[in-house]
Write a protein that binds this ligand. Structure first.
Ligand SMILES: [Zn+2]
Length: 696
């Protein structure tokens, strides 16, 4: 497999072809007796059930064979299993399907309730949190279900009778399928891979190691010293890469005293993280000072930490030895262990695009390129330059000044929300009214609010959907001692959007296996629509038209272009990994640097007047999130399509419900049903063009 992959890379064969080659060359070989058993059964059962069942039978046996292991039994066991479990007539097939539908809801619904109960103390603001509460909360009761169902062969009853599909089939043929066919396809996908537990463990280990590496990657800012010996940042400031570093760049736009010097210095730090010239000793270490420009380090002249400097440590400027790229590479290596157990999506790239997002890699890439290469980037950059009164520098990719301040001040809003919502219960009582205000018909508002429980969150809040319709969706929200502040209300309204989607797409979708939305971007879209109406829900004037709205669209486009470019880096890096499975961390570093320069030069170099910039590769997600970044970019685009449709229809509630009950079909089909068009960047681009005209 490795050989094929590198030859593919060498010849520049596109990834799709490569995938097909890898399936036929899969390392999982069937037991020697399998072929004979299958032809014997084909003959025998075709005689029994008729020729019209034989295509289904052959496909089903082949699917079982793909996952059958020695431990599952010898030829006689396999043959008896097929004889006893092939549903050879419509009635039996119906009964099997209905059994699975109701049992899956029961299993995952109750497992979900157990998990809720075990996490209750950790999730809710209801008293002390002990160490044992954390252990209760970390228990996952459903972790072994898939294993169990392969062991007792229940999973094989699905594989024998319902079709596994490839993404192309779901996209090309799915529009002609009945709802029941879609539900059967989703049922089969439940068992589309059989990953051994040691592989899952290895994956969890690589994931935990990368999370840990990122979580400990702090820069002590007071210890950054410029060429004049000046410390630009205050004592005790410790910034996590990359989120805090990026947010500090954003915050420093408001700082006319030395903000620009600080932004430039952070950019230098980012460059050194990406190219790994950063001295290893400065990472998460308050006991050294560092000049990021000259790259000199020396014992800290000031101690602003709670720890004493170690006495015996050798200070050296030795660079970080490509740890960043070794950790990232390890997530790739762990991912490849799954490949052979996932025959329908045999690479992490395929699993991310074909199973998780269900939007082909080429389509996602085209959407990202469409945004990044749009002439709008240049126009918006010109606005930024005008606002800033200077030429743009690379870090201005994180400029967020396209916002106008609202009509109400935060303290005013805090006062209003605190008065209304002293407790979580007050918010719950108000849900029905809010839904009516959002144009849900009165009976639907009553029904939906009856299915949502509001509880006080320990953290900032979240929406926890149920796994079965008889259980409530939970809205966890933060309510302070003085009542709910505006920030908390704004988040609670966002979560309420999730909850309403969760109830509708669980209880009002016709099949359990079709519950939910195509991918996470879709539920975020619903939540954003609710959140965007938060002031209206307080009886205040929503800034929904005019300059403020136009500015926020421009801001959203700019953010999408930025994260879109990072997404392209992520995708190209993972392709490189699959083409270079034996690379060293050093080779991988060089590749990522080349890729990030290339992406920058293609889309931004002219606009920013600077070539070969690497800072977009500073994103921590690249290192630890297994090719997740494109979800953020397409999430913006999908949210925009949904929002636009609702505002055009002029009726949030009715449209919301119509869209949500489509359930988890393919994203493009879902979007065509919702808006008449497939998933695309067009809505965002068109709205941005209109917004720029309005601002002119
Ligand atoms: Zn959300």
């Amino acid at each position: 497999m490795k050989g094929l992959a590198s030859i593919g890379g060498l010849l520049g064969i596109s990834f799709v072809i490569l995938t097909a080659v890898m399936i036929s060359g899969s390392a999982l070989s069937k037991p020697g007796w399998m072929k004979d058993s299958m032809s014997k059964l084909e003959k025998e059962l075709t005689e029994k059930y008729g020729t019209e069942q034989s295509a289904r039978l052959v496909k089903g046996m082949d699917q079982v064979a793909r996952f059958w292991r020695e431990e599952d039994g010898v030829a006689e066991t396999f043959e008896a299993f097929v004889r006893n479990n092939f549903a050879g007539d419509e009635k039996t097939l119906d009964d099997l399907f209905i059994r699975w539908e109701s049992l899956l809801e029961s299993i995952y619904g109750h497992m979900g309730e157990i998990r809720m109960a075990m996490g209750r103390q950790a999730d809710l603001d209801i008293g002390p949190l002990y160490q044992f509460d954390r252990v209760f909360a970390s228990y996952s009761p459903s972790a072994h279900i898939a294993d169990d169902f392969f062991k007792n062969k229940l999973a094989f009853t699905v594989l024998l009778n319902f079709p596994l599909t490839k993404l192309e089939e779901r996209l090309n043929e799915g529009q002609n399928w009945t709802r029941r066919q879609w539900a059967e396809v989703r049922l089969a996908q439940w068992f589309s891979k059989r990953v051994p537990s040691d592989v899952n463990l290895e994956l969890a280990r690589a994931s935990a190691a990368s999370d840990q590496y990122i979580a400990d990657y702090n820069i002590w800012m007071h210890h950054l010293v410029d060429d004049d010996g000046t410390r630009l940042f205050p004592p005790k400031m410790r910034l996590l890469s990359h989120w805090n570093l990026r947010d500090q760049i954003t915050a420093d736009y408001g700082n006319s005293e030395g903000g620009l010097e600080r932004q430039r210095m952070i950019q230098k730090v980012m460059e050194r993280i990406v190219d790994q010239t950063i001295p290893e000793i400065v990472v998460n270490n308050p006991h050294v000072d560092w000049n990021p420009y000259t790259n000199e380090v020396w014992p800290a002249k000031i101690n602003d930490s709670d720890t004493e400097p170690p006495t015996d440590i050798q200070i050296t400027a030795a660079r970080e030895p490509d740890t960043r790229y070794r950790i990232w590479f390890d997530t790739y290596k762990a991912s490849t262990l799954v490949d052979e157990y996932s025959p329908n999506a045999p690479t992490l790239i395929a699993r991310r695009f074909n199973e998780g997002r269900e939007i082909p890699e080429e389509q996602v890439e085209a959407m990202l390129v469409q945004v990044c290469s749009s002439p709008l980037v240049k126009k918006i950059a010109a606005m930024a330059k005008k606002n800033l009164g200077r030429d743009l520098e690379p870090f201005d990719i994180w400029y967020t000044g396209f916002r106008s301040t609202g009509k109400y001040t935060e303290p005013e809003l805090d006062r209003i929300t605190r008065e209304r919502y002293a407790t979580a219960g007050d918010f719950e009582k108000d849900i029905e009214r809010m839904l009516v205000a959002l144009d849900f018909p009165e009976d639907r508002a009553k029904y939906l609010s009856g299915k949502i429980d509001v509880e006080p969150a320990r953290g900032s809040g979240h929406a926890a959907g149920a796994g079965m319709c008889s259980a409530p969706a939970r809205l966890r929200t933060r309510v302070g001692a003085e009542g709910m502040d505006y920030k908390g209300f704004n988040i609670a309204v966002h979560e309420l959007g999730h909850n309403v989607e969760q109830v509708l797409s669980l209880c009002d979708v016709d099949y359990y296996t079709l519950q939910g939305v195509p991918n996470t971007a879709f539920t975020e879209a619903f939540a954003f629509v609710f959140q965007g109406n938060d002031l209206m829900l307080l009886g205040l004037e929503q800034d929904s038209g005019g300059r403020a709205a136009a500015m926020s669209i421009v801001n959203e486009f700019w953010m999408t272009a930025e994260i879109g470019a990072v997404s392209l880096i992520d995708m190209k890096a993972w392709r490189w990994l699959y083409e270079n499975p034996d690379a060293t961390p050093e080779e991988f570093r060089k590749a990522v640097i080349e890729i990030s320069k290339d992406v920058w030069n293609t889309y931004f170099a002219d606009i920013f007047g600077k070539k070969d910039v690497t800072i977009l590769a500073v994103y921590s997600h690249l290192v630890h999130s297994f090719l997740y970044v494109p979800d953020y970019a397409i999430g913006h685009m999908i949210a925009f399509q949904v929002k636009e449709q609702m505002s055009e229809a002029g009726n949030i509630g009715v449209e919301f419900e119509r869209m949500a009950v489509a359930g988890r079909i393919a994203p493009d089909l879902w979007m065509k049903n919702a808006t008449g068009k497939p998933v695309s960047a067009d809505a965002l681009i068109e709205a941005t063009e209109r917004a720029l005209k309005e601002l002119d």
